[in-house]
Every structure is written in C-alpha cells, then in structure tokens.
Write a protein that binds this ligand. Structure first.
Ligand SMILES: Cc1ncc(COP(=O)(O)O)c(C=O)c1O
Length: 396
C-alpha cells in the first residue's frame, strides 16, 4: 500500500543527512554522489495522513499561536494505550520541544553543577551533552556483552550509585545505538535501584515503535517501574520521521516531580506548541499506524539484507541483531582498520557516510553504526561501494 522503495530526492531539502556542505563540514571533503547512512533520519516521506493534514492547514493559511488542545492529549493517551498497552493520565502529559532539548531541561530542573547523571554506555551522545552543557558530569556504566547482546552490569551500577550518588539515570529504552530491547525484569531492576538510592529515572522511549524482533515493554507497563520517581520522554519523531518538527512530550506521573519540571519549562517559556508540531503528532498518532506497520516490515527486510551482507562480504565484522530501530551496530575490531579509519575511508573513498561508534559517549570505539532506514536501492549501492573498499584493504 505504501511505496517505501520510491526514491525521494533529498539533496536539496536542506536536511542535515543529505546536505553536501553539512556532511563535508562533519566528515571532511566527500564526493558529490555520496550516500548518507548516518544520522537517525529515514529517507521515507511521512505518512500520507500527515502530509494531507498539513496541506489542509497550509490551505487554510492561518498560523497563529496555539495551545495544547484536547486532541493532543487524546492522541497521546490512545496511541500509548494501543501501541504499548499502558494507561496514561492526561495530567501526566507535558508537551516539549524535542526529546533532546527536554533532556537538557530535565538536567536543569533536577541537577546542580557538580552533580552527575548515570547512563549505560555506549549511548546516544546527546545524553552526555545534556549533562555536560550544564556543568553536570557523566557517570558511565559500560554495558557488557553476553551472547552477542548488551546486558546491564547491575552489581557495578549499584556500586557506582553508592559511590557517586547520581541525581538521575538516563535510560535509553530501546537502546540506541544497538537497538536492544530491555525486558521487564531489567527495567524493574533499573527502577528498583533508582528507588532504593533516590535517583530519578528518566526513560527515553523514542525508538519504541520500530520493532524488528521481540516485544517492547514500556516503563509504564504494570509492575515495571515505581511511578513516583519516573520521567518518560518520547516523541513521534523516530516512529514517523518527523524530527524536523521538534515536538515531543513527557509523561510524569508524580505531581511534585512534574511541578518542578514544568517550572523549569516555564522559566524557558516552553509553554505553547508549534502549530505543525502539534498537528504532526496528532495526525501521525491518529492515522499513521497502517504506514508504521508496513514500514516495520520494510525495515525488518533491510535489517536482514544488511545482516546477510555483513556475513557474506565483511567476514571480519560482527553485527548485533537489531531488535528495534533502523540502526545497525557493527563490531569491526577484528578487521584491518579501526572504526574511525573505516568511517573516514568509506566517506572519502567510497562516498558512503556512516557513524563512528566512538561518538557514543564511551565503549563504542570498536563499532560503526549504519542507518538502514532508507530505500533498499541505497543500501545495495552503499554495500557494493563499501565491499570493494573492504576487499581492497583486506588484500593489499
Ligand atoms: C535515543 C534518542 N533520543 C532522542 C532522539 C531525538 O528525539 P527528538 O527528535 O524527539 O529530539 C534520538 C534521535 O536519534 C534518539 O536516538
């Protein structure tokens, strides 16, 4: 029903992913015909219902100040219930301007200079930036690998918490960059530790809707977390590829926590939504599910394609099985070059732009990350170009 194979010309749409000048500023000079498989932005157009809704708004032609009206709350409550089987109360919801900026405001609200925030590394690097930009340090808890999957080293976590007394734990669920989905027992343990030691648990669930393998458990699922020290952050931005709308929301069941968080938002005048942002969320949540379901099938096939390609063409690399999202996390430590060298080499010699795992706070140095949220055509072309360089390096 939806054509995810359709190539969309993005070189001129001013997105960071495809903008030659922007990419060169980040990766050095790269060929004009580069293929970008880096930043977590997909190359598919948004669900038709969102586009048609926006057309109606544009046609109407007024773009005045708005507020969080009922349809917004209803859309969030219904989407969370239908997608993740959780009961969200209207009062718990606060609209924000993107999950990343909300992480920054959360640090401002609950930490002081000199405090620290715990996170399981490797992890999405804005987690660290949100802390460090406020003079708050990162308490990195390195994830361990067991049977090819990341696991949390809970005894180390507890030692670290006792020693360093973090104010918050930024927990990425599902995990970016690996796509690992945490199970109920793991989330429960995270919550219990937070509760026992007075740490605020901040869960980022923005990758919860791209499910490739297994079952996602929301931190709001019954019996999963203590609700009185929980902040859930999410947005439709990954699910429906709406990142440029810069709109997200938080769910905070506890009244006192919520009040302090909202006061911090008010201090920064984060009070009324962007008209396209709020409608984008409502339209996607109300009407985007058929698109999302088909997209997940497409992403699953891309994940399989990449898994097979790595086994076949890059025998020294090991790809983690992505359980969610559209990001492949690949260990290249057994190969002839380091991750940083591979990333630079592919950018300059193959015109394929991928991410260097060393950006993911800590413990990602042996990894590269490939975004497979694109048309199969680009994935095939990129693999072909990379394979030639890989073979050349291996045999030279
Ligand atoms: C874990 C995680 N959180 C947040 C974001 C960005 O979310 P938003 O667009 O709502 O700021 C990303 C984007 O890649 C992400 O991977």
């Amino acid at each position: 029903m939806f054509d995810f194979d359709k190539i969309i010309e993005r070189k001129n749409d001013k997105c960071r992913k495809w903008d030659h000048r922007f990419v060169c500023s980040r990766f050095g000079e790269v060929p004009e015909d580069f293929i970008p498989l880096w930043i977590a932005d997909m190359d598919f157009s948004a669900p038709p219902a969102v586009i048609e809704g926006f057309q109606r708004i544009v046609q109407h032609g007024t773009f005045g100040y708005t507020s969080c009206f009922d349809e917004f709350y209803d859309a969030v409550i219904t989407f969370q219930r239908e997608s993740h089987h959780v009961a969200v109360e209207r009062d718990w919801i606060t609209l924000t301007y993107g999950t990343v900026s909300t992480l920054h405001y959360a640090v401002q609200a609950f930490c002081q200079q000199g405090d620290c925030v715990m996170m399981n590394t490797p992890v999405y690097d804005p987690f660290a930036m949100a802390a460090q930009r406020q003079g708050v340090s990162v308490l990195a808890n390195p994830l361990k690998i067991e049977h090819g999957r990341y696991i949390i080293d809970f005894s180390l976590v507890e030692d670290q918490i006792i020693t360093h007394r973090p104010k918050m734990w930024f927990f990425c669920s599902p995990h970016n960059p690996s796509g690992r989905i945490w199970n109920k027992e793991e989330i429960r343990q995270v919550s219990d530790l937070c509760k026992r030691h007075g740490v605020i648990l901040v869960v980022d669930e923005v990758h919860a809707e791209h499910l490739l393998e297994g079952k996602f458990i929301s931190c709001l699922a019954s019996g999963c977390t203590e609700l009185d020290n929980l902040i859930l952050l999410t947005s439709p931005n990954k699910a429906f590829n709406l990142g440029g709308l810069k709109t997200s929301y938080s769910i905070i069941p506890d009244k006192t926590l919520r009040k302090r968080f909202r006061q911090q938002l008010e201090k920064n005048s984060i009070t009324s939504p962007n008209i396209f942002g709020i409608w984008g969320l409502i339209l996607a949540y109300q009407h985007g599910r058929p698109w999302l379901n088909e997209l997940n099938v497409y992403l699953r096939n891309n994940a399989q394609f990449l898994t097979d390609a790595v086994v076949l063409h890059f025998p020294q690399w090991k790809m983690m099985t992505p359980e969610s999202s559209y990001l492949a996390w690949i260990d290249v430590s057994e190969s002839t070059m380091s991750a940083t060298q591979w990333v630079n080499h592919f950018a300059h010699h193959a015109g394929v732009i991928i991410e260097d795992g060393s950006h993911y706070v800590q413990n990602g140095e042996n990894y590269i990350r490939i975004n497979f949220g694109t048309q199969r055509y680009w994935l095939e072309q990129a693999i072909d170009r990379m394979r030639k360089q890989y073979d050349y390096q291996r045999h030279s």
